[in-house]
Write a protein that binds this ligand. Sequence first.
Ligand SMILES: [Zn+2]
Length: 135
Amino acid sequence: MSYDVEKPDEEWRAELTPAEYAVLRQAATEPAFTGEYTDTKKQGVYSCRACGAELFTSTTKFESHCGWPSFYDPKDTDAVELVSDRSHGMVRTEVRCARCGSHLGHVFEGEGYATPTDQRYCINSISLRLAPEEG
Ligand SMILES: [Zn+2]
């Protein structure tokens, strides 16, 4: 898989904070209920913190009470890449930025949330940057 935005590892390290690098480039997970966007209700667009691609909008953000920002749909289907993840003894679906391949979180299905898709994109706050709408 090649991405539109590809950089040598040392460049990502230089551009991102250590915490951002650990999540975005090494697929770490920020601790639950600590991310800056977990309970954010501001309207706006969430972009990839690594490359700036627009990934999610506040209109599909919902309260999942899981400790991470949760969306029921990406902004555009092809904004994210879904990859089977068998790490940590679980079978999960990893969500990556389709433009730069950075790790965003995981998507879960069929949990019974009252959303149009029955999907929960469980995304690390630190992978995103919110551009709030004016007003
Ligand atoms: Zn990206």
